[in-house]
Ligand binder design. Structure first.
Ligand SMILES: Cc1cc2nc3c(=O)[nH]c(=O)nc-3n(C[C@H](O)[C@H](O)[C@H](O)COP(=O)(O)OP(=O)(O)OC[C@H]3O[C@@H](n4cnc5c(N)ncnc54)[C@H](O)[C@@H]3O)c2cc1C
Length: 442
């Protein structure tokens, strides 16, 4: 079938954000002509792929760097994805009920877990407090080889969906969107190189060909800010690409996703251990966090794109300076750099693993080559701060740019909901919010 050249809405990027929006528009709005452009030959080959992320449905209950407020908000969007999965029967296919917990080790951290459990139990009534004796029963690997005087406690649950194959979910969004609206055009292997506003339309260029749209949503990971900057939008933002790697262990240890307590100054989850949902009997430990001068983890790097997106300035330097002045962050950055250096990395990283599984030895882990993605962390130059999560540039002119570090995969339908509201208002079309809420929110 010949593809069109004019659309009501064009989505740039076929990761979980772009595909979730495609599904939302196809199912809950009356927009007729929608297209999605993806630069590679399949959906979700980068950060949204099961290899690229930690496969965790972030509900805010075990993420100790979230405030209660952020946890409640994240839980709402996590529920949307869980409800979507249930609607199509993806339980135990793309989403799994692996037990999950946040552990505290030592007196101070155990007290932290106790306090957090008390503060969170009303909003997360299914969470339980597990002391050392209970943990010995349900997750013995946490205790084996641990100094018997060292206290440990956790808050956790085995009753919720906790692990998602975000890559397969992305593909399902496309399949289900096409069933709802057969008019959708999917353009694979098409990299949008340039977007221009011409009159009240947008012109999108791909290898000398032009496509037109009334509304554009750019869900292109770290490239979103690059395309925004080229159009003169989001100039107050810089992007700091932070790679995350993992280590594998084939030693039979954890049955649960085990998160550790994070330093609240850092926008990333601390090292955790997760049973891998795409490799049987493999536990993944990670992710690490290392700033990389590129916009995609494992593809040919365009260093100039990185510089254009970082947009170095005195404000950006001030943010770096402030971060590096903090001894905790400095130590964290150095340690995480060394976790990538062959020859020393396993010896150093195993110490992180031993905080979770004390009996683990250097030879029990291996660096997971080619696994892990890149988080486009956003710096706000005006406030001179690093954003804790996702960022959106809503221009009010018919184009939106989304930058989606963690928990961006979990919140894909939450972000799609926000964008569908913006689009329907701008184009004057119908978005059946009640149906969206009935099926996905409650
Ligand atoms: C190590 C790590 C662990 C993480 N763990 C979790 C987790 O456990 N839970 C969670 O919720 N989140 C997690 N995240 C975050 C999550 O992976 C991302 O938020 C999510 O995948 C972002 O999806 P996206 O569709 O916005 O971007 P991406 O998945 O990066 O997709 C962007 C797409 O846009 C395409 N594209 C780029 N430029 C163009 C262009 N010019 N034209 C056309 N197409 C283009 C790319 O090819 C790509 O397919 C993790 C991230 C990392 C790196």
């Amino acid at each position: 079938m010949t593809k069109k050249h004019y659309y009501n809405v064009v989505i740039v990027g076929g990761g979980i954000s772009g595909t979730a929006l495609l599904y939302t528009l196809a199912k809950y709005t009356n927009i007729k002509d929608i297209a999605l452009f993806e630069k590679y030959d399949d959906f979700a080959t980068l950060n949204s792929n099961a290899k690229g992320n930690s496969q965790t449905l972030h509900c805010g209950d075990i993420e100790t760097n979230y405030t209660l407020d952020k946890a409640i908000k994240t839980n709402k969007t996590a529920t949307m994805l869980e409800n979507y999965g249930k609607l199509y029967g993806y339980e135990e296919k793309y989403m799994f009920k692996i037990p999950k917990m946040a552990i505290g080790v030592g007196e101070k951290e155990v007290q932290f877990i106790k306090d957090r459990y008390e503060a969170f139990k009303d909003a997360f009534p299914y969470m339980e407090y597990w002391d050392k004796a209970k943990l010995a029963e349900i997750e013995p690997a946490l205790l084996e080889g641990r100094d018997e005087n060292e206290d440990i406690a956790a808050m956790g649950t085995d009753k919720r969906y906790s692990a998602i194959n975000f890559g397969e979910m992305s593909k399902s969004f496309v399949r289900n969107a096409q069933k709802e609206n057969p008019n959708i055009d999917i353009h694979l292997n098409k990299e949008i190189q340039d977007i221009k506003k011409i009159g009240d339309k947008f012109e999108l260029s791909v290898d000398g060909k032009h496509y037109y749209a009334d509304y554009v949503v750019v869900d292109a990971g770290a490239h979103s800010l690059l395309l925004a900057h080229r159009m003169g939008h989001g100039l107050d933002f810089s992007c700091l690409p932070v790679g995350g790697s993992f280590y594998y262990s084939k030693v039979d240890s954890l049955k649960s996703k085990v998160y550790t307590i994070q330093n609240p100054k850092l926008p990333f989850a601390a090292i955790h251990g997760d049973p891998d949902i795409i490799h049987n009997n493999v536990i993944r430990f990670g992710p690490t966090a290392i700033v990389l001068p590129k916009l995609e983890r494992y593809h040919h790097a365009h260093f100039l794109d990185f510089i254009e997106t970082l947009a170095p300035s005195t404000e950006v330097l001030e943010v770096f300076y402030d971060l590096m002045r903090d001894s905790d962050i400095r130590e964290y950055a150095i340690k995480n750099f060394l976790y990538e250096v062959p020859g020393v990395r396993k010896k150093l990283f195993v110490k992180e693993v031993q905080k979770i599984v004390p009996s683990m030895k250097e030879d029990d882990i291996e660096f997971a080559e080619g696994i892990g993605g890149l988080r486009p962390q956003v710096i706000d130059k005006k406030t001179k701060k690093l954003f804790l999560g996702e960022a959106k540039i809503e221009t009010g002119e018919g184009i939106v740019f989304n930058m989606t570090p963690s928990p961006g995969a979990t919140s894909c339908l939450g972000n799609a909901f926000t964008d569908a509201k913006l689009i329907s208002k701008y184009l004057g079309v119908t978005f059946d919010i009640k149906m969206f809420e009935r099926e996905l929110v409650s």
